[in-house]
Design a protein around this ligand. Structure first.
Ligand SMILES: CC(=O)N[C@H](C=O)[C@@H](O)[C@H](O)[C@H](O)COP(=O)(O)O
Length: 228
């Protein structure tokens, strides 16, 4: 069966509906309603964390899902779908794409990303793989490993990129990413206004993921409180 995800989201907005256990909205039911609001607003896709959230969202809306599973392991800083165990479980939900960390940092249990990709290609040939990258070096790594989608998700969130913001210097880093890879690029991470989303698309991104600015009320409310 052909995976139509890339056609479905081209030039559009994907809304990330995530709330970790320490966040006020942590609930699969609430995330499914966030996804419904996203759909009613016109989003083309959803990004979601954890098996139960992905399933609840798939029951509520018929939009394609980028699935991931955030898990902390004691022996690694990698937390976005870090091992083959989480990769398989996320893909088994039937989501269109599985996202995982591609930051070059050591993975739990000494697992190697190349082995994870090979196993996923063999077991889930119709599932797209999205690389959550942080630097140009890791964009090149994701290309070499054959990821289908390059995401900028981890730019600003690793020791190598701490403090960076995708919008710095009129998206200078994003422009470099677009020059570095021929795979579709999805801008993600701190795209927090409609104007920034539009700029990412105009620069040539395939799609944009927006999360907190739409689905994290604590973050949204803080922005207002901070202005007092
Ligand atoms: C760094 C990390 O763990 N990012 C996570 C990845 O799935 C999510 O917590 C973000 O909300 C998502 O990337 C969207 O970004 P923003 O919420 O900034 O629009």
């Amino acid at each position: 069966m052909k995976n139509t995800f890339l056609d479905q989201v081209k030039g559009s907005l994907i809304i990330s509906c995530q709330a970790l256990p320490d966040e006020p909205l942590h609930s699969s039911f609430i995330m499914s309603r966030m996804a419904l609001a996203a759909k009613e607003a016109g989003a083309a896709g959803i990004r979601a964390n954890s098996i139960v959230d992905i399933q609840a969202i798939q029951d509520e809306v018929d939009l394609p899902v980028i699935g991931l599973n955030k898990v902390d392991y004691p022996d690694s800083p990698v937390y976005i779908t870090p091992t083959i165990k989480e990769m398989r479980a996320v893909a088994a939900t039937g989501c269109a794409a599985v996202a995982c960390d591609v930051t070059g940092q050591p993975r739990p249990n000494g697992e190697k990303l190349a082995d994870i990709v090979a196993t996923m290609r063999a077991e889930f040939p119709d599932t797209l793989l999205m690389a959550d990258t942080d630097t140009l070096e890791n964009v090149r790594l994701a290309d070499e490993l054959g990821f289908d989608i390059i995401g900028t998700t981890m730019h600003g969130y690793t020791p190598a990129t701490k403090g960076a913001n995708i919008a710095d210097d009129d998206f200078a880093y994003l422009k470099a990413v677009l020059k570095t890879t021929s795979h579709p690029v999805i801008a993600e991470g701190k795209v927090d206004t409609p104007a920034k989303m539009k700029r990412c698309l105009d620069l040539g991104c395939h799609a944009v993921v927006v999360g907190g600015a739409i689905t994290r009320p604590l973050q949204i409310a803080k922005n207002f409180i901070d202005a007092l």
